[in-house]
Design a protein around this ligand. Structure first.
Ligand code: MGD
Ligand code: SF4
Length: 812
C-alpha cells in the first residue's frame, strides 16, 4: 500500500515491500525497504525462483534515480516555438489539467480532420500494462503508429532461434546442468539478462563446466572464462560454422536429436558431398543439405583466416564443446547479431544447439515456461469508422517495404524498425506526423545517428514526452509529463525466465510521490481519456471502463482505481484460486500483492522435440520457415528472393538464403581512412539509458574491465596506441563516416588490435546536472551513437551497433 506516514524518525523501523526492477530486461523481483515514506534499500525478492533472491549492482542505483533532484516534478510546456539543439525550450510549469487538455485538443483536431494516422506513440522500456497506452489507445484514436524500441534493443538475436526452432524470444540457459558454455557477444555477469541468477551460480558453473567467450573485448564474463576468443568483429558465423564442421567430421553430433547415418558410418568428410538418403534424421531438418551447401568447406583453418584466431584454439573449443553434448550451450547475445548481416550469424551460432541436442534439453538452451496472465479487453468495438480508416495506413517506420522485410515470426513487415521511423518522419514518407507521444524512451540519444531524431522531432508540430528526467528527447518536446519511477511508484507487472522457471513479478506504489507524477501506462491514458470524453469522444474512456475489478465487478472511476483494476484483471489467473491453472498458488489478491511474484512450474525438458513451431515441426538447419517467409516477401513485391537479398545488403543467393551461413561483415568506412573497427559495449552499471544522472554510475565505472571512474574512455590496444603516439589519459577525437566524439584514451590489452572499444552510456548533453557537463550545452564524454551509422539487419529490422563502422583516432 502507498505509505502515507510523515518524516521518519532516526530509530523508526521500516517494512519490506515487493516490487520489480527494470534496470535492464532481466526484470527482477525485488523488495524495497521503506522507512516512513522513503525507500532506503533494495534487495532480491527471495520468493522468485528466477532471481533466487539475488541482486545485481545496478539495482541499488534505482534509489538515486527515484530521488534524483533533477526529476521533473510537474507538467511543463515549451514556450520557445523554435526547436533545435541550441534553442532553449524555455519550459514553464503547468497543471495536469492544462497539459492533458492541450493534448486532447490536438488529438481531437486529428480526428476532426480524418487524419488520426498522423498520431504516433513511441515506447521505450515498458511493463505489460503497455497495451493500455501502446496498443488500445493508439487503435481507438485511429493510428497504425505504435512504434516500440525493440529493434534498438536485441531483436536480431531472436532471429536465429526463430528460424531454426520456431521461438522468437530470449532464451534461458540451463547452466546449472551444463558442461560447456560457449558465449557469443553476451556478458551475463554484467548485462545480458538475469544477471542476479547467473552471477549467483557462476562460481559453480566455472567449477563444473568449461566457459568460452567469443568477443573482441575482454568482458566481465571473458575475464572469468576458461577461453577468451577475441575474434575479429563480424566473423562469428565463420567460427560457428567451423565448430559445426568439427562436430560433424568428428562424429560428435547428438544422435538422439539429429539422427545418424543409416549404416553408422560417418560420411561427413571435409570437402565431400554427402548423399542425403544415407542419413536418418530425427528431430532436425536438413543437416545433410546444410553440410553440403555450407559446412563441408568451413574448416578450422578457413575460420582462422577469417577470425584471426589460432587454429588450435578453434579446434580445441569445437572438440570440447562437441564432447560435452548434449550439455553444451551456445549462448547468442547481441554482439554477433546486431550487424548488417547479423540475422545469419544469429542462425549460425544458435544452430550449434541443434547439432549437439542441447536445444530444449537438460544443461542446454530453453524456451519460456507457460504463464497464465490475461490480455486486456479487445478494442475493436470501440474503434469507430475514423479509427478503422486511420489504422489502415502504412506504418511510419516503413516496415514491409522491399528493402525492409522485417520478418518477425515468419511474417513479412511484422517487426518494428524503430530507428527508421526518424527517416519516415523527416521525409514525410508515407506521410507527415503531427502529434507524437514518447514514453520512457530517449531516441535522440539511444538510436544510432541520433541527429536524425533531433531533426525529426523538431519537425513534428506537437511532441509530448512522458519522462522522469528532461532528457535529449524532452529538449525537442512541447509538453513534458512527469512520470512515476517503475520500481517504487506505480502498478504493473512483467514476466521473465531463468533457472528453469518463469516468474510474473509485480510493481506497486510503495513510497510517497515527491512530485506530481502519474504512471505512464495507466493513469495518464485514463486521464487523457477523460479529457477526450469531455470533448465529445468517449470511446477510449468507455473502453477503459470495461477493465473491472475481478473481485467486486466494480467499474474503475478514477486513474488510480483503473491502474489497480487493470493489474488485477491481467493477473487474475495467478492469484484467484477459482481460476488456478498452474505454478504457485495464492489464496487471493492481497497474498499475491504482498509476495509480489508468481513462479511457473519447472521447465518440461524435451517437450518441444518434434513439435517446434517451424514449418517442419523440427529444428531446421535448412530453414523451411525462412524460405516460406522470404518467398512471401518476394511475392508481395513481385520479385525474387535473390533480388530481396541484394537490396537488403546480404551476400547469399539461391538456397544459401535459407541456411545458417557465413557472410563477411558490412562495415561503413574505408580501411585506409578509418583504420579501426568500433566496438560498442554495455556497462555493468547501465540501467539501459537511465543511469546517466546517478553519481554511483561514475563512482564505480571502473567495475567495467578497462574503464575508469568519472571518465569516459576509449580502450585501445597498446600496440595500436604506440603507432598513433597516444598515451592513457590523452584527450582524443574519434571520427567515423557519420560523426565524431571526444573522450579519453585508455591503453588496455583487453582489446583486439585493430579495434577500439567504448562503453555506451555517456555523452549526454541533457538529462541532468551529473549526466552533462553543462545541461543543454556540453556533454560529459561522448555518445557512441554519434559514430554509428543508422543501418539495419533488414531481415529482423534490428538496428546495427556491432561491426557497423570503422573509425579514426586523433589526439587533441
Ligand atoms: P533510454 O535511453 O533508457 O530508453 O533506449 P530507450 O528505449 O530510448 O531512455 C530512458 C528515458 O526515459 C529517459 O528520457 C528518461 O528520462 C526516462 N525515464 C527514466 N526512468 C523512467 C521511468 O521510470 N518512467 C518513465 N516514464 N520514464 C523514465 C534504450 C535502448 O538503448 C536499449 S533497451 C538498448 S538494449 C540499446 N542499448 C544500446 C547500447 O548498448 N549501445 C548503443 N550505442 N546504443 C544503445 N541503445 C539502446
Ligand atoms: Fe535485474 Fe537488471 Fe534490475 Fe539488475 S538492473 S536487478 S539485472 S532488472
Amino acid at each position: 500500500a502507498l505509505a502515507t506516514a510523515g518524516e521518519a524518525s532516526p530509530d523508526e523501523k521500516g517494512t519490506w515491500h515487493a516490487g520489480t526492477c527494470q534496470g535492464c530486461t532481466s526484470w527482477c523481483a525485488k523488495q524495497v525497504y521503506v522507512v516512513g515514506d522513503r525507500a532506503v534499500k533494495i534487495r532480491g525478492n527471495p520468493h522468485s525462483k528466477v532471481c533466487v533472491g539475488a541482486s545485481c549492482v545496478r539495482a541499488h542505483m534505482a534509489l538515486q534515480q527515484v530521488y534524483d533532484p533533477d526529476r521533473i516534478k510537474t507538467p511543463m510546456k515549451r514556450t520557445n516555438p523554435k526547436k533545435g539543439r541550441h534553442e532553449d525550450p524555455r519550459f514553464v510549469p503547468i497543471s495536469w489539467d492544462e497539459a492533458l487538455g492541450t493534448l486532447a485538443d490536438k488529438i481531437m483536431e486529428l480526428r476532426d480532420n480524418n487524419e488520426t494516422h498522423k498520431y504516433m506513440l513511441m515506447r521505450g522500456r515498458y511493463t505489460y500494462m503497455r497495451d493500455i497506452l501502446y496498443d488500445r489507445m493508439t487503435k481507438i484514436i485511429g493510428s497504425p503508429n505504435n512504434i516500440s524500441h525493440s529493434a534498438i534493443c536485441a531483436e536480431a538475436e531472436k532471429f536465429g532461434p526463430y528460424y531454426t526452432e520456431g521461438y522468437w524470444s530470449y532464451r534461458q540457459y540451463d547452466v546449472k546442468h551444463a558442461r560447456y558454455v560457449l558465449i557469443w557477444g553476451a556478458d551475463p555477469l554484467a548485462a545480458n539478462r538475469q544477471v542476479p541468477f547467473y552471477t549467483s551460480v557462476w562460481g559453480d558453473v566455472v567449477g563444473r563446466a568449461q566457459v568460452a567467450v567469443v568477443e573482441p573485448r575482454l568482458s566481465a564474463t571473458a575475464a572469468k572464462a576458461d577461453e577468451w576468443l577475441p575474434a575479429k568483429p563480424g566473423q562469428d558465423s565463420a567460427l560457428a560454422l567451423a565448430i559445426a564442421h568439427v562436430i560433424l567430421t568428428h562424429g560428435l553430433w547428438s544422435k538422439e536429436f539429429v539422427g545418424d547415418f543409416k549404416d553408422g558410418t560417418n560420411r561427413f568428410i571435409p570437402g565431400q558431398t554427402v548423399d542425403e538418403t544415407t542419413f536418418d534424421e530425427k528431430y532436425t531438418h536438413g543437416v545433410v543439405s546444410w553440410w553440403n551447401l555450407e559446412v563441408k568447406e568451413r574448416t578450422p583453418e578457413w575460420a582462422a583466416s577469417k577470425t584471426g584466431l589460432p587454429v588450435e584454439q578453434i579446434k580445441r573449443v569445437a572438440a570440447d564443446f562437441g564432447k560435452a553434448a548434449p550439455r553444451a550451450i551456445s549462448w547468442v547475445g547481441g554482439g554477433p547479431c546486431m550487424q548488417v548481416r547479423g540475422g545469419y550469424s544469429s542462425m549460425a551460432c544458435h544452430a550449434l544447439n541443434g547439432l549437439v541436442g542441447s536445444c530444449d534439453n537438460e544443461g542446454g538452451t530453453l524456451a519460456s515456461n507457460k504463464e497464465y496472465t490475461t490480455k486486456f479487453p479487445k478494442p475493436d468495438a470501440f474503434m469507430d469508422e475514423i479509427a478503422k480508416k486511420g489504422k489502415k495506413h502504412e506504418k511510419i517506420d516503413q516496415r514491409g517495404r522491399l528493402e525492409f522485410p522485417a520478418l518477425k515470426e515468419g511474417k513479412p513487415g511484422s517487426a518494428v524498425l524503430t530507428n527508421n521511423a526518424a527517416d519516415g518522419i523527416l521525409n514525410e514518407d508515407p506521410y507527415e506526423i503531427k502529434v507524437a507521444l514518447g514514453y520512457m524512451n530517449n531516441f535522440t540519444f539511444s538510436c544510432t545517428q541520433p541527429e536524425r531524431w533531433e531533426r525529426a522531432l523538431a519537425k513534428i508540430p506537437f511532441v509530448v514526452h512522458l519522462t522522469t528526467n528532461a532528457s535529449e528527447f524532452s529538449w525537442f518536446s512541447d509538453l513534458l509529463l512527469p512520470n512515476t519511477h517503475h520500481l517504487f511508484e506505480k502498478y504493473g507487472y512483467v514476466k521473465s525466465i531463468a533457472n528453469g522457471y518463469r516468474h510474473v513479478t509485480l510493481m506497486q506504489p510503495v513510497i510517497k510521490r515527491i512530485g506530481d507524477y502519474k504512471a505512464d501506462e495507466t493513469e495518464v491514458p485514463w486521464l487523457l481519456a477523460e479529457k477526450l470524453a469531455e470533448r465529445g469522444f468517449s470511446n477510449l474512456l468507455n473502453h477503459y471502463k470495461t477493465y473491472k475489478d475481478p473481485e467486486t465487478g466494480k467499474e474503475p472511476e478514477n486513474a488510480m482505481e483503473f491502474s489497480l483494476f487493470a493489474l488485477k484483471y491481467a493477473t487474475q489467473s495467478l492469484w484467484d484460486p477459482a481460476k488456478y491453472k498452474g505454478g504457485d498458488k495464492f489464496n487471493g489478491w492481497e497474498a499475491f500483492l504482498s509476495t509480489g511474484v508468481w513462479n511457473s512450474d519447472p521447465y518440461p525438458y524435451r517437450k518441444r522435440w518434434g513439435k517446434m513451431k517451424t514449418a517442419t515441426g523440427k529444428f531446421e538447419f535448412f530453414s523451411a520457415t525462412l524460405k516460406k517467409a522470404l518467398e512471401k516477401h518476394a511475392t508481395n513485391h513481385n520479385t525474387t528472393v535473390d533480388a530481396v537479398l541484394e537490396v537488403c545488403r546480404y551476400e547469399a543467393r539461391g538456397d544459401h538464403a535459407f541456411i545458417p551461413h557465413h557472410e563477411d561483415p558490412y562495415t561503413a568506412g574505408d580501411e585506409a581512412a578509418y583504420p579501426f573497427v568500433f566496438v560498442d559495449h554495455k556497462s555493468r552499471l547501465n540501467r539501459e539509458g537511465r543511469s546517466a544522472n546517478c553519481t554511483w554510475y561514475y563512482d564505480f565505472k571502473d567495475l567495467d574491465p578497462g574503464d575508469e571512474a568519472w571518465d569516459d574512455v576509449a580502450k585501445l590496444n597498446p600496440v595500436d596506441a604506440k603507432k598513433l603516439g597516444i598515451q592513457s589519459g590523452d584527450a582524443i577525437r574519434i571520427t567515423s563516416p557519420t560523426g565524431k566524439i571526444e573522450c579519453t584514451a585508455k591503453l588496455w590489452e583487453g582489446i583486439r588490435p585493430g579495434t577500439v572499444a567504448k562503453c555506451y552510456g555517456q555523452g549526454h548533453w541533457a538529462y541532468g546536472r551529473v549526466a552533462s557537463k553543462s545541461f543543454g550545452k556540453t556533454p560529459r564524454g561522448g555518445n557512441n551513437n554519434d559514430l554509428i551509422p543508422a543501418e539495419y539487419d533488414r531481415l529482423s529490422g534490428s538496428t546495427v551497433r556491432h561491426a557497423g563502422t570503422r573509425v579514426k583516432i586523433e589526439r587533441i
